[in-house]
Design a protein around this ligand. Structure first.
Ligand code: G3H
Length: 249
């Protein structure tokens, strides 16, 4: 098994001073350590171009947090996948629950964004996951099955991130057995949808991942890595995740 991938989603955080501080701590670590677990940082759009210059030729890859479905055109305020690629992004997070909730993003829209990302040469990280109500009423598998069917395009070459909405930003991760159950369920659905290719898609977990719980999370069968929010803004803690990931091969 490959080393787990670690993806840091800064969300709407990171003014210049904070971004520079985080990046400088990450770069110092990279100078002192080789043989890295794959690590992706996803700052806000405003920092991508600047950070690109610093992480070029380092072990860190860059990702963005959303893209538009069109390549270009009259879409005031939007950013296309081609533009993200142009400023050095290799990944893009799509369908995060915060966007699904706040911007009413549907599975269909996320699907179109994943196609746009792929066409521009970006790897989409498609987020799925149930709300607390859906978990409590035992509908979570139906919700996740629908999200997989609806959000992932016919030809998918990307990553899937399972983020139970109730575990995001709460400080309390989902229980490992609950994560493990859903990861295996997602794997089954991916194989049913894509055959052999569905076996290769990395499946990540996100939701209050921290240095003190990541080791057990990495040990979950079929888990390909983690999508990290809050801890990605604390570079020393984020790098602990990177260090712990080195032991998983
Ligand atoms: O994209 C990241 C997730 O929403 C997890 O955020 P969190 O680590 O702050 O819980």
């Amino acid at each position: 098994m490959a080393k787990p991938i670690i993806i840091g989603n800064w969300k709407m955080n990171g003014l210049s001073e904070e971004a520079d501080h985080i990046v400088s701590v990450l770069l110092t670590y990279a100078e002192q350590n080789q043989n890295f677990a794959p690590t992706v940082i996803c700052p806000p759009f405003t920092q991508l171009y600047h950070i690109r210059k610093h992480v070029k030729n380092t072990p860190y890859a860059l990702g963005a947090q959303d893209c538009h479905i069109a390549e270009k055109g009259a879409y005031t305020g939007d950013i296309s996948a081609a533009m993200l690629k142009d400023v050095g992004a290799e990944y893009v997070i799509l369908g995060h629950s915060e966007r699904r909730a706040e911007h009413k993003e549907s599975n269909e829209l996320v699907n179109k964004k994943a196609v746009a990302a792929y066409k521009s040469g970006l790897l989409p990280i498609v987020c799925i996951g149930e709300t607390k109500e859906e978990r409590d009423s035992n509908q979570y598998k139906d919700v996740i099955a629908n999200q997989i069917k609806g959000s992932l395009p016919e030809h998918f070459n990307g990553l899937v991130a399972y983020e139970p909405v109730w575990a995001i930003g709460t400080g309390v991760s989902a229980k490992n057995e609950d994560i493990a159950e859903v990861i295996l369920f997602i794997r089954e659905k991916l194989v049913a949808q894509y055959g052999e290719n569905g076996k290769k898609t990395p499946i990540l977990y996100g939701g209050s991942v921290k240095p003190n719980n990541v080791k057990d999370i990495f040990a979950i069968p079929e888990l390909g890595g983690v999508l990290v929010g809050g801890v990605s803004l604390i570079p020393e803690d984020f790098l602990q995740l990177v260090t712990i990931a080195q032991d998983f091969i």
